[in-house]
Design a protein around this ligand. Structure first.
Ligand SMILES: N[C@@H](CCC(=O)N[C@@H](CS)C(=O)NCC(=O)O)C(=O)O
Length: 492
């Protein structure tokens, strides 16, 4: 398996290269790109393969997607094959842009003359990974695959047809049900013949019904994509996934079309998806490489507990640095340099430092909650949840202050604080009368922001007896997987 290096380019401390080799599967010279991250100097790295769309080449993704910066941070090898064999002389191969050259559809053709060369299915799932394993510092036990449009279809069917080969899977604007769209009809009848039973073996929406992918599939789709209705049809994938119990996150984005500006916008979320669910890059290792998350913490602080609770629910590894709150260490020069407000929690993730529990919750949810449920990114959900983040950081803090008077003798007006807290609790109790959680019908960081100081109200001499809906909500919060207790908030 000899490899010819076509060009090499330093890139974010790693190297982007382009290569060619003589392929046994296609019987042609195939080209592909590989980005090797800097971490590969000290060991094998996971491999993430990107399959490009119609008319693209091995260069499209490396030049246009902007994936290398984050791949260099995460330590991912990126592989980008060409989209079809080239150098052949088959009748009709260059007559249209959606069939023949640049349109391999990541399948193994059964119809002459295509069957002799158009074997992109076996090429991308078997021959190319073996080549990558032989020539690059690649850990083939950790492979993920994704792609765009025709390549999104390719990624979906490659992973569904080869259970166990890929740990993670995602797609950008994929052709979701090729048996039911004009691109697919043309390609499948030309490459696979008229028998539609043979088509199902390369149709993601059919394959999912037989054997779902074991992990979550992430799909992003622009709503200004001119191919959406006629060609891509993500709703068919969605329906198939629902029927099959396949975990699918399909996100629709107004204002985005089919091109690489759309891909550039969401590429980092896809790389992070692959790095984390299920982990291509083992989380502990990822955190070590990026610098472990640090939480400046005090066990009895409800504000710090908000952050601990979300980190635990989302299973985000972190390190706690205990602050001697009773002796006012948080007011020392060292800590006011980190937070001039002289308060904890303080949170650090790599270069980023944040103060304020609510801001920290928002950051953690947006960054580490791949389910996009704790702080969903739609404008409506953002507004609804932010109302409660604000309530948690403001009105509910009257209960926190009342507690400080009782447990640490803070010289504050206890009665006033209690009165303000109970006025707030009354409103919240009424709000919860016909709701399980504060908004959206499921727990969000809005609930977490309000939870601790309401649950510990008794420590500020505020009874929760008059608030039955709040009491039931507290019980529900305690049943969230990943819940942790703290002094004052027992597990049950
Ligand atoms: N807005 C901040 C307030 C946090 C806060 O009140 N922290 C308390 C500890 S629970 C604190 O550091 N208070 C400073 C002090 O009482 O000296 C947040 O929500 O994180």
């Amino acid at each position: 398996m000899t490899l010819e290096t076509l060009s090499l380019h330093g890139c974010f401390g790693g190297q982007q290269g382009f290569y060619s080799h003589s392929s046994q599967e296609t019987g042609t010279v195939m080209r592909f790109g590989v980005f090797v991250p800097p971490q590969a100097k000290s060991g094998k790295r996971p491999v993430l393969t990107y399959l490009a769309g119609l008319t693209c080449t091995e260069e499209t993704f490396p030049i246009k997607a902007g994936a290398q910066r984050l791949a260099a941070e995460l330590g991912l090898i990126l592989v980008s094959p060409d989209t079809s064999p080239r150098g052949t002389d088959l009748p009709g191969q260059a007559e249209s842009w959606d069939f023949g050259l640049g349109a391999g559809f990541y399948l193994d053709a059964t119809q002459a003359p295509w069957s002799a060369h158009w074997r992109m299915g076996a090429y991308v799932t078997t021959e190319l990974p073996a080549l990558i394993g032989a020539h690059f510092p690649a850990d083939l036990s950790r492979q993920g695959i994704f792609g765009h449009s025709m390549g999104g279809h390719g990624a979906l069917v490659s992973a569904l047809r080869h259970p166990g080969q890929y740990r993670s899977l995602s797609a950008l604007a994929p052709i979701s049900a090729p048996s039911q769209c004009p691109w697919g009809l043309k390609a499948f009848s030309g490459y696979l013949g008229p028998d539609k039973a043979a088509w199902a073996a390369y149709d993601a929406s059919e394959l999912i019904k037989k054997q779902p992918f074991p992990g979550e599939i992430l799909v992003d789709q622009g709503l200004d994509d001119k191919f959406l209705e006629e060609q891509l049809k993500p709703h068919l994938l969605e329906q198939a996934a629902q029927a099959a119990g396949q975990k699918l996150t399909l996100r629709r984005h107004p204002g985005y079309d089919h091109g690489y500006f759309f891909i550039q916008t969401f590429i980092e979320q896809h790389l992070n998806h692959h790095a984390r669910v299920p982990p291509l890059v083992r989380p502990w290792r990822l955190e070590k490489e990026r610098g472990m998350i640090k939480l400046y913490d005090f066990e009895l602080s409800g504000s710090c507990y908000k952050v601990r609770l979300l980190l635990n629910i989302l299973k985000v590894p972190h390190e706690k640095i205990n602050i001697d709150f009773v002796n006012k260490e948080h007011k020392s020069e060292k800590y006011t340099a980190l937070n001039p407000f002289g308060e904890i929690p303080i949170f650090e993730d790599g270069e980023l430092r944040l103060r304020d529990a609510q801001a920290i919750l928002a950051y953690i949810a947006r960054k580490y909650d791949k389910s996009n449920t704790w702080f969903p990114d739609s404008p409506e959900a953002t507004g609804l949840v932010l109302q409660w983040l604000s309530t948690g950081g403001n009105e509910v803090m009257n209960a926190a202050a009342a507690r400080l008077v009782k447990i640490l003798n803070y010289p504050l007006d206890l009665e006033k604080l209690q009165a303000r807290a109970t006025a707030t609790f009354k409103i919240i109790d009424r709000h919860l009368a016909n709701r399980e959680f504060l908004e959206l019908g499921h727990p969000t960081i809005g609930d977490i922001a309000c939870f601790p100081y309401i649950a510990m109200a008794r420590e500020g001499d505020i009874s929760l007896k008059p608030y039955p809906n709040i009491q039931r909500w507290i019980d529900r919060m305690k049943r969230i997987p990943g819940f942790i207790p703290m002094p004052g908030i027992p597990a049950n």
